[in-house]
Design a protein around this ligand. Structure first.
Ligand code: F6R
Length: 578
């Protein structure tokens, strides 16, 4: 969703904000803006477009001043245009605010303010905030007025605001259902929606909790709970290197992150799963909730738990509240890379009294606070919008929970071997870049990988794609398989292969183009293109061998089509609205 950054200190704020926005752009990238206080005047620069383009056109870093806020937008309310870009401000231009989330009672609040002759210059819900703060500030000090403003908003928000009339030089922060993290420096303070934006300056962070309001000055911070009392929140330290959030010589974050998998997988398999495993042993019924890519890892988990004799099902988190009836006897496992996905958090609320396990990459994220146990992916920051290394890490945690660590030892080497196929995959990508449709098929425990391959493919190539267990093709989709239509078959040698082989032949008989990932000679013969997976591989590791070529395929088709795979249209990482 939107990315927020705030700075107060002695550095040139416009530089810190611009750099932070570049690092936050994966959260949203349709418009961008900064507001900096310079000689008690607000200087605001904003427009539609990506950070690089807007910040150089409007010369963001020429703005002087040491306190300011920045925002990169993913539109929810109001079209993409300059007026709707953040920061938003009051008419006198003395109060400015950036907001991530959705204000649900916007009509009521806007009506009330318009009656008092406040004039709005955008269609966003967020613009309510500076006006409401101005109104509340008429009768009370700024901090109290800010607290009242936050309390009046229904929905979700992470807000950073400031006033040029504030004698104390402060940034005001509030969070509810949208992440906001304080970065603790020496003689300077930061805040942002996500840690990577602040990594060049500090490794010490304080994630705000639901309903918190905070005040940042150059010298420190104070946090208040909704009732106004001051509270302590846990400081966390991360050992992520700022370089990790850079491209490191790769043309895109996505490619870097695909290659990073060789290394991070070892960190993942070292992750402590003991308490989670113990909890799993105690339960017979286990619901897995997740969205998108994480849901595919969840499908594998539910499949493997069922094989172990548990009653387990994976649910799309946004639908869980409508179709599941978890109770005290249910264990809920939530998988979320960001740990902030609104649909997942809602599913966990629906899980009520059930015990909960979180599987996430994000230290201190909301999901960890509402769960009884947390397992960390340890994948390092993932900036590309399309999840790659975090998916592989999720698969590794799922596999470790089921098989234990030893069987996963060959993973780093295996991923390295599959990455060596990049040149061959580039060639296959050339054959696919001009297509309009693609289908992905697999059987049994590899079906979630077909779903994942298809999702990755459609989201960054804009080619329509669908995935099925191979047996489903003949129940309808086969009517779409004509001359040259690509079908990507995940066909490792296992008990399901004879059936999948039949499905591949059905495709060939209709002139379809078969791209297989396999270790079987017969399948290779039937294929137009084939990527080989190692002989004698432990079937528990097939999902890993299969997914890497699919990630590379999606990436290279995307690049061939001139798309930026790091920032696919309409999408954003960390989806904090339901
Ligand atoms: C696709 C992708 C999304 C996310 C989904 C859930 O490449 O990244 O489908 O997997 O939005 O996000 P998390 O895992 O943060 O809950």
């Amino acid at each position: 969703m939107c990315g927020i950054i705030g700075y107060i200190g002695l550095r040139k704020a416009s530089e810190v904000l611009t750099e932070g926005l570049k690092r936050l752009e994966y959260r949203g990238y349709d418009s961008v803006g900064i507001a900096v206080v310079n000689n008690r005047q607000l200087e605001i620069k904003k427009d539609r477009g990506m950070v690089d383009e807007v910040s150089s056109a409007l010369q963001f870093t020429t703005v002087e001043g040491n306190i300011g806020v920045g925002h990169t937008r993913w539109a929810t309310n109001g079209v993409v245009c300059r007026e709707n870009a953040h920061p938003h401000f009051n008419e006198k231009k003395t109060i400015v605010a950036v907001h991530n989330g959705v204000v649900e009672n916007v009509s009521e609040l806007r009506g009330m303010l318009e009656e008092k002759e406040y004039r709005f210059s955008s269609d966003t819900d967020s613009e309510i905030i500076p006006h409401l703060l101005e109104e509340n500030h008429k009768t009370q000090p700024l901090l109290q007025a800010f607290m009242e403003t936050a309390a009046q908003l229904k929905g979700s928000y992470a807000i950073v605001a400031l006033s040029t009339e504030d004698t104390g030089e402060r940034l005001l922060l509030a969070r509810k259902n949208s992440p906001l993290i304080i970065g603790v420096g020496r003689g300077e303070m930061f805040c942002a929606s996500d840690i990577p934006a602040m990594l060049p300056y500090t490794k010490t962070f304080v994630p705000l909790e639901e309903g918190d309001v905070a005040v940042l000055t150059r010298h420190g911070y104070k946090i208040f709970s909704p009732d106004g009392s001051e509270v302590e929140r846990r400081q966390i330290t991360v050992d992520w290197d700022a370089e990790l959030a850079q491209k490191g010589g790769y043309p895109h974050f996505m490619l870097k992150e695909i290659f990073d998998q060789r290394h991070f997988i070892n960190e993942t398999i070292a992750s402590d799963i003991s308490s989670a495993r113990q909890l799993i042993d105690e339960y017979e019924k286990i619901d897995v909730v997740a969205c998108g890519t994480s849901y595919h890892a969840g499908m594998l988990l539910a499949y493997l738990l069922s094989e172990k004799g548990k009653i387990s099902q994976a649910y799309i988190a946004s639908d869980y509240q409508f179709i599941a009836k978890p109770g005290k006897k249910t264990l809920a496992i939530a998988i979320s890379q960001s740990g902030e996905t609104a649909d997942v958090l809602q599913a966990l609320r629906h899980a009520g009294d059930s015990r909960k396990i979180a599987i996430t990459n994000t230290v201190g994220s909301t999901i960890t606070r509402v769960s009884d146990e947390t397992v960390y992916l340890n994948s390092g920051p993932e900036i590309g919008v399309a999840a790659t290394k975090t998916f592989t890490s999720q698969l590794a945690i799922v596999s470790k929970l089921i098989y234990g660590k030893q069987r996963l030892e060959p993973l780093s080497g295996l991923i390295g071997k599959m990455l060596e196929k990049e040149n061959q995959i580039k060639e296959i990508a050339t054959g696919l870049a001009g297509k309009e449709h693609a289908f992905f098929i697999a059987r049994g425990m590899n079906v979630p990988i077909a779903y994942e391959g298809s999702l990755k493919f459609k989201e960054i190539t804009y080619i329509h794609s669908e995935a099925y267990p191979g047996g489903e093709l003949k129940h309808g989709t086969l009517s779409l398989i004509t001359e040259g239509v690509p079908v990507i078959a995940l066909a490792p040698r296992d008990k399901a292969l004879p059936k999948l082989f039949g499905n591949i032949k059905e495709v060939k008989a209709r002139g379809g183009m078969v791209v297989s990932v396999t270790n079987d000679g017969e399948v290779e013969k039937e294929s137009d293109y084939s990527v080989r997976i190692p002989e004698g591989l432990d079937p528990a590791l097939y999902p890993f061998a299969l997914v890497v070529p699919l990630q590379l395929l999606a990436y290279h088709v995307s690049v061939l089509k001139g798309i930026n795979p790091d920032k696919p249209r309409n999408l954003a990482k960390s989806v904090t609205v339901e």
